[in-house]
Structure formats: C-alpha cells, structure tokens
Write a protein that binds this ligand. Structure first.
Ligand code: NDP
Length: 266
C-alpha cells in the first residue's frame, strides 16, 4: 500500500474551516489513502517552508495568505497566473505548483441565479480578484467597492469601475457579492449600513463568500427580501476542483461532488 498522503489548509483564522471535514470524507468514501488537517499560519512568508517541513502532498490556502501562496510557488497554472492568487497547492516531485479553484467554484454557486449581467463585488482582496476577473471573462459587467483605496489599484488597472465607501454611486446591480472578511469572526458589515441598503434596494440577488453563518450582510439581505446565498456552494465548488488536483484525477468530478456534498450535513 502506498504511503498515506498528507494535505492541509493554511489560514489565519483557520479553526472555522470545513475543508478538513470535506476532504477527509471524500478520501475515506472513495478509498484514497490520505488525510487532511489544518495549519494556523501567522506569517504568509513562512508558507513554503511550512508546507515542505510538514511533508504535505497538497494544500488549500485561505484568508489572508492566498497572495503569499502565489509567491511561494515554483510554478502557477491556469487562471491563478492571471490574477496572482493561489488557493490550491500541489507538491509535484518537490516543486510547488499553484492553482485557483475559487473562481470556478463561485460560478458553480451562482448557476441558480438567472440573468446576471451587472455585478458589484465588495472587497478587494484575493477572492475579489478571482471572482471579478472570472465574471469579467464570462462577459459580465463588474464594479468593485472597497473600504480603502490601496487595494483597488489592481482593479483600476484591469479596467473595472472602482469605488470606496465615500465615492460609491447608487447604481442598479443584478448581484452584489460580499468578498470581504467582515462578518467572518465579528459582527461587521462590509460597508456602511446606509450605503449597503441603498445598493441592495436596487439589487435582485446577493451572495456572501463566508459560509456557515448568516453574516450581518446576509441578515440585511434577508430583511430586504433579496434572494441570497452564503458561501457554502462556492466552498463545495472550489473543494471539488481542489480534490480533483489532490487525487490527481483518480475520480470523476461527479463522484467527488456527490460524496463531498454529504459532508455538508455533518
Ligand atoms: P483578503 O484578506 O485577501 O481580503 C479581504 C478584503 O476584505 C480586503 O479588501 C479588506 O479591505 C476587506 N475587509 C476586511 N475586513 C473588512 C471590514 N471589517 N469591513 C470592510 N472590508 C473589510 O481575503 P480573501 O479575499 O482571501 O477572503 C475574503 C473572505 O472570503 C473570507 O471571509 C474567506 O473566508 C471567504 N472565502 C470563502 C470561500 C468559499 O469557498 N466560500 C473561498 C474564498 C474565500 P482592505 O483592502 O481595506 O484591507
């Protein structure tokens, strides 16, 4: 029997992550000899040395280390290369290979929303980059709103309309997405209440990248009768694609998805 492969998720915070549950369930049910743990990492600059010191075969990376993960790689493949954001790492014969599965995971999540053409992304971090670039590639019109100016430079350079809280006009969007970590481990809204309510009033759908709780943002959407979803489907979508890399395509995406979905009821 080949040696057990070890996988992990890096983040800070990371104790909330459901990824170990999801991937371990797939490994067990599909009889793949591996186990998946979580690693609390303070310094993104220590990601690479920690990955190899722990003898990992692969990993996921969550907030706030996805851009550090990009820098840690020997080679970055696919969409991750375009955006400089990596959430999945594979040890390929001692070389660290990076991918991004968040963006396609999000497309999977919003499949049930009809006629989405104009989207407002709130936040300007790694997830915002992945989602906005992927949605733009699908031909959607995307604006970006962030609390601070600094991280908006990337989006401006890529041709997006960008706003801070003070400069944001009230426009009509089909979908508003919270990609900030506001609400993850606090009760914060991703933008001032007055601005959010004015924007949501003109919006049909809302989504939050955060999963497992009704964030203050989603509580507001619920109150305003807007169709919304939390980040669970995105989590499933990105997890299925990551597991496909971890298991080196030993199973079909459908097999992984069916089994991984079971873990959401635990
Ligand atoms: P980053 O750290 O890269 O970016 C965070 C962004 O949130 C920044 O733009 C930051 O603004 C903004 N922000 C942070 N706190 C607040 C606040 N209190 N109010 C307003 N804005 C704030 O994070 P990621 O993009 O990696 O992740 C963001 C969230 O998405 C996390 O909660 C993560 O768990 C979730 N996620 C979920 C996934 C899923 O599968 N469901 C997949 C990926 C991510 P500034 O630029 O001013 O610092």
């Amino acid at each position: 029997m080949p040696d057990k492969k070890l996988f992990a998720i890096f983040g800070n915070p990371v104790k909330h992550s459901r990824s170990p549950l999801m991937h371990n369930h797939v490994f067990k049910k599909l009889d793949f000899n591996a186990c998946y743990t979580r690693i609390h990492l303070e310094e993104g600059s220590r990601l690479r040395e920690t990955f190899f010191a722990q003898k990992l075969q692969g990993a996921n990376v969550t907030v706030p280390h996805k851009e550090a993960a990009y820098k840690a790689c020997d080679e970055v493949r696919g969409f991750a290369k375009e955006i400089g954001v990596v959430n999945t790492l594979i040890n390929e014969n001692g070389r660290l290979i990076g991918y991004n599965t968040d963006a396609d995971g999000f497309l999977f999540a919003i499949e049930t929303f009809a006629d989405i053409r104009k989207v407002l992304i709130i936040g300007a971090g790694g997830t915002a980059k992945a989602l906005s670039m992927r949605l733009k590639a699908e031909g959607l019109e995307v604006d970006v709103l962030n609390r601070s100016e600094g991280n908006l430079a990337y989006f401006k350079d890529c041709g997006f309309e960008t706003y801070t809280w003070d400069s944001c006009p009230i426009k009509t969007y089909d979908l508003i997405v919270n990609t900030t970590s506001a609400g993850l481990s606090d009760d914060a809204l991703p933008a001032p209440l007055e601005l959010l309510e004015a924007l949501l009033k003109h919006s049909s759908y809302a989504a939050d990248a955060i999963y497992g709780k009704l964030t203050p943002f989603l509580q507001r959407c619920k109150k305003m009768n807007i169709t919304y979803k939390d980040g669970a489907d995105m989590l499933l979508g990105q997890g299925v694609l990551a597991n496909d890399y971890f298991t080196n395509k030993a199973f079909t995406l459908h097999e992984i998805q069916d089994v991984m979905k079971e873990s959401f009821s635990f």
